[in-house]
Design a protein around this ligand. Structure first.
Ligand code: PEP
Length: 247
């Protein structure tokens, strides 16, 4: 089980206190076999990674450029993230797809770059509300995986985060049946692409301590990608500790 936190564009040096509380409580999660990854904004990655050397909390980035270095003002490469102590990176988050017009093809390049840089690639997919209303959710997610998750990735360092766009930051979540249906669908697609090698599938979108137990108990849900609730140690750990034991 993997619980990943996405701080988005939140946090400043004073957030290190909250991160310290996460580190202090991390052994409670580790004891249950739960992996924790926190993805702060880039400016805090080195600080968090330095602090996390004594704990089981891994640190990740929220995006990376496809190239390892070069004339790309404002961008950060996977290699740079790794050099700062990151071990993972989120690519293809819906906010990047929307704010920066990221296409599936670009997300595929970033996922490849993440692994080239030695990082675990957390690739986000998910339908909009209009697509779900039109009955297109399953087809949209299939297309996103086919086009943004190259088959030559190492499945052991690949995580798919299913994040329905309409559930992110809204307090709304799909029904448990809808989560189960989508995760089974994603599992089938991944088994076809990675010859049955296990790839973890996270659910993301308004996960809180109060709904985590029910969501994390769903078949083929191997963890959660958590936005807002990952900013507070008690909420983040509350989610992790709500995870049921799964084989
Ligand atoms: C996210 O941004 O990845 C996310 C899941 O956000 P939230 O938990 O706030 O809905």
């Amino acid at each position: 089980m993997l619980i990943a936190g996405n701080w988005k564009m939140n946090g400043d040096p004073s957030s290190m206190e909250e991160f310290g509380r996460m580190i202090a409580r991390a052994p409670e999660a580790t004891a249950k076999g739960i992996d924790l990854v926190v993805c702060p904004p880039f400016v805090l990655i080195a600080k968090c990674a330095d602090r996390a050397t004594v704990s089981k909390v891994e640190v990740g980035g929220q995006d990376c450029h496809p190239e390892p270095s070069g004339a790309h003002t404002g961008d950060i490469s996977a290699e740079m993230l790794a050099a700062c102590g990151a071990t993972a990176v989120i690519v293809g988050h819906s906010e990047r797809r929307t704010d920066h017009n990221e296409t599936d093809a670009l997300v595929a390049e970033k996922a490849t770059a993440a692994q080239r840089g030695g990082l675990m690639a957390i690739v986000c997919v998910g339908e909009t509300e209009a697509q779900r209303d039109q009955g297109e959710a399953l087809a949209v997610v299939k297309r996103q995986i086919e086009n943004s998750v190259p088959t030559n990735l190492d499945p052991a360092r690949l995580v798919i985060a299913y994040e329905p766009v309409w559930a992110i930051g809204t307090g709304r979540t799909p029904s448990i049946d809808d989560i189960a249906q989508m995760h089974a669908h994603i599992r089938t697609i991944l088994e076809g692409r990675f010859a049955n090698a296990p790839v973890r599938i996270l659910y993301g979108g308004s996960v809180k301590p109060g709904n985590a137990a029910e969501i994390l108990a769903v078949d083929n849900v191997d963890g959660a990608l958590v936005g807002g609730a990952s900013l507070k140690a008690d909420d983040f750990l509350g989610i992790a500790l709500a995870a049921p034991a799964k084989s």
